[in-house]
Ligand binder design. Structure first.
Ligand SMILES: [Zn+2]
Length: 369
């Protein structure tokens, strides 16, 4: 049997330097209490890298350096106006390039390097003889970014450009983008809504953000009809609900599509401890999803699977969720155990409640799966 191929880990120190603003944009303090900075801070991401080093898993990964995306590559999706606007704002810093997407000083270069990390990951899993999986600690994240503006902490849409790169420069055709961030990947959906070459599946908290997006009935348009699968789950859905959604909807949809490459918008803000969503996933829940996607990548896509970091705002739990995903991708097990699982014991994170089952069943029926 052939030796299992390795997993690349892509990051750059500057990813942690992107300044997403002081939080004043949302006026959380309202003049009553001290500001606490932007919730989109580097903390949860830097600790991912730290935990990989601490556990020894980093030694088993292949570190690949990102190169900046070119302006031409950014324009595979974004308008020249948006790219130029970010470039100009980046000289000053602290300006919003759309809807709640602050460009810090120097963030243009950092965002280009984040998108470039996604591109480098795709190139690596396609070209390398020894690596077929990759995790990119992309920051700023990307899945909300629209063609002509940034949104929700996202400046450039890393996953969209990675998919376009795979098609335009690597000659691939059928690409799956699976988005398990707790928020809907509106920018990604827009990019491929009328396209049958990219299957977009989004699991997210029903009615969270953007509030009117990610509905069951949004299934694509024109020749893209049926190539968008939205899986809005009720708040408080945990491991058992996500597993049921995988069994009933996600896995059958992917098997029908047979992708040549799998990209995952890996947002770990569906965890039980996240401040920006109300889902109940554990690190084990993320591990399960990574395992299933990996099996599908091995079956259909020559093992080629790239995860791009999206949201995730609990600085102490995101590292454990992400570490579990990377253990699964790489097939390497460490002695790291979830130190917070005890705190979830009395919750329903491992239960499939009737209203949750009903919702998933309705989605399956809607798509005829
Ligand atoms: Zn999110």
């Amino acid at each position: 049997m052939a030796r299992e191929k390795k997993t690349a880990f892509i990051w750059d120190e500057s990813y942690f330097w992107h300044n997403a603003g002081d939080g004043a944009l949302f006026e959380p303090a309202g003049g009553y209490i001290q500001e606490n900075g932007s919730v989109e801070s580097p903390e949860s991401k830097r600790r991912v890298k730290n935990l990989l080093e601490r556990s020894g898993l980093m030694n088993q990964l292949v570190q690949v350096k990102p190169l900046p995306a070119t302006e031409e590559q950014l324009q595979y999706f974004h308008t020249q106006r948006h790219v130029e606007a970010v470039k100009e704002m980046s000289k000053i810093g602290g300006l919003d390039c759309g809807d709640s997407a602050i460009v810090g000083r120097g963030s243009y270069e950092i965002a280009k390097l984040a998108t470039g990390g996604a591109i480098q990951a795709v190139k690596t899993v396609i070209e390398s003889d020894t690596v077929n999986k990759a995790y990119v600690l992309t920051r700023p994240p990307g899945h909300h970014a629209e063609a002509d503006q940034g949104m929700g902490f996202c400046i450039f849409n890393n996953v969209v450009i990675a998919a376009k790169y795979a098609q335009k420069e690597m000659g691939l055709n059928k690409i799956l983008i699976l988005d398990w961030d707790a928020h809907h990947g509106n920018g990604t959906e827009d990019a491929f809504y009328e396209d049958d070459s990219v299957l977009f599946i989004s699991l997210h908290q029903d009615g969270l953000e953007p509030i009117d997006r990610g509905k069951i009935e949004d299934t694509g348009k024109g020749k893209g009809q049926g190539f968008t699968v939205n899986v809005p789950l009720p708040a408080a859905s945990g491991d058992a609900v996500y597993q049921y959604a995988f069994e009933q909807v996600v896995i059958p949809a992917i098997e029908k599509f047979e992708p040549e490459l799998i990209l995952v918008s890996a947002g770990q803000d569906g965890s039980i401890f996240d401040p920006l969503a109300r889902m109940m996933l554990s690190a084990d829940g993320y591990k399960y999803m990574a395992k299933k996607v990996k099996e599908l990548a091995d079956k259909y896509a020559k093992g080629r699977m790239v995860c791009l970091h999206e949201g995730g705002y609990c600085p102490t739990y995101v590292p454990f969720c992400t570490h579990a995903i990377i253990e699964e991708l790489s097939g390497v097990t460490t002695d790291v155990e979830d130190p917070f699982i005890y705190a979830m014991a009395g919750t329903t994170y491992h239960k499939l409640l009737p209203h949750q089952k009903e919702q998933v069943d309705a989605i399956r029926e809607y798509h005829g799966l």
